[in-house]
Each structure stands twice: as C-alpha cells, then as structure tokens.
Design a protein. Sequence first.
Length: 311
Amino acid sequence: MSLAGKAAIVTGSGRGLGLAYAQELAKQGAAVVINDVDQQVADEAVASITAAGGRAVAVVAPVGSTETAKQLVAAAVDNFGRLDILVTNAGVLRDKSLLKMTDEDFDLVINVHLRGTFTCVREAYAYFKENGIAGRIITIGSPTGQRGNFGQTNYAAAKAGIVGMVRTWALEMKKAGVTANAIIPVAATAMTKTVPFFQKAVEADERGEAMPDFFRKDLGFGTADDVAGLVAYLASDAAAKVTGQAIGVGGDRLQLWSHPEAVATEYRDGGWTYEALGERFDDLFGQRLQTVGEEFPALPAELQPETAGSK
C-alpha cells in the first residue's frame, strides 16, 4: 500500500486538516504539492515534510480559477515528473443566516469550495487521461452538506454539490480507471475551537491527551490525524475499486454514507392532484418526514463547558 513514486496535490494544505493530509501522504511515500494563500504558512508546511524526510513544494495561490488549477498540476509534473493524487481540501467560511448573507458571502464560499474542486479535478483528470494514469480524486465534504446546518447556506450548498459531482465523476472516470470519492470529516479545527460543546475535547487535544471517549466514539469527533489515514488509503492502489462514495471519518468512527434513496413511495391512479394531496399526504408521509441538521446526544456532566466564572 506504499505511495512511493506517486505525486499528490493537496489544496488548502498550509495548516489544519489539509496539512495533516499532506503530511500523511508524504509519510506513506508520496511527493506533495502544498497549496495555501500565505507564503510563510506554505513554506512552513513544506519544511515540516522535508524535515521528516519527505518531498514537497509549495504553490501559493487562491483556489477557484482554472489558472490556479493549471499551476498546481504543472508544479507536480515539473517537480516530481508526474501526478497521481488530488485532494481538494481548500475552503473558507462566511457563516450567516439567510437574510444576513450577502452575495459576496455566498459567491466566495461557492467559488473556493465548489468551483475550486471542479477546476482542480478537471485539470487533474485531463492529465490522468492523457497519460494513462489511474489517478485518485479525493474531495472533502461535510456533515453540513449531508444534513444541513443553521447559518451555512453557502457552505451546505457547496459541500452537497461536491458529493453530487463525485457521483457523476465516478461514472465518467470509470473507463480510465480513475476513482473519485468524498470524505466527510469530523475533527477539531479552528472553527470547532470556538464551539463550547467541543471545549473539553479541544482542550484535551491541545494538552496532547486523548479526547474523552464520548467525543471519539459517541460523536465520532477527533483530530485531523484521525482523518488523514483515510485520505492516504483512498489514494492507494488498495482502494482501486472504491469510487463514487461518501465516507465519514472522525475519532474512532468510520461511516459509509448512503446515496439519497426514496424512503416511502405511494401511487394513485390518475396522478396526484392538489385535492388528493390535501386529503392523503399527511396520512401517507406525515410520520415519515425526514429530520434535518445533526442532533447531538447530551454532554455528560463532567464534559460540560466551563465558563470564565466557573473555573
């Protein structure tokens, strides 16, 4: 399962989850193109890999445009002689409820997450196909894209769209032997550090301690390193038959998400008129309507967040 001799691009890999993905790919033998919008952050990420004996170069550019996608692929080919793996991790957040979300808030998130995934995958796949490489496309989804989340219209749309594209790409890329999958990570990030619910988990991680079992097992919430192993596995030859999937990972939990399927089906001769729906909809589907958003179990007393006055 070694990735020796392979080359990878990881967008948004200067820090956080993206850096963990890049470091794991390098640990398993792949040469890596680091991508970030901050030169210093990108250089430090490269140094962390080369100091551990790996190979890495940096491309400092915002993801979204075709120009950046071409630059990333060229960096892999020029520096490492090939490209085998693309991980589209780059993203931004502009969380606001619907009536407060501006056009700019919406467009920025869609451009980086959704368009950035599209342009980078298109460029990488063109290279794979032209050179007969059975490449690996690994995209990053989110529980928000699967279930929805308050204040994240833009992010939910982008992440749901990424999973939709993955299913399409799995069909289109099958003949070329290229796989496309989406990972649904649940891990401590800069964003989760600000959420009181995860306070005890984040504090334990920052102390270098294992997170309490409630987080790792009940919630499937862990560290960036807990996600990185799945990225490397999907990039390997062992995962050649895994494509078109949405796979959740976090803490001690691994999940295979289902594709959307009808949960109930009813027929009526002549079709469903306004009157017929008014008469029968609630009886047929009222008890089968699907919930939205994620519902977390109650925090145990010992894991309740501490306020400034309670310490």
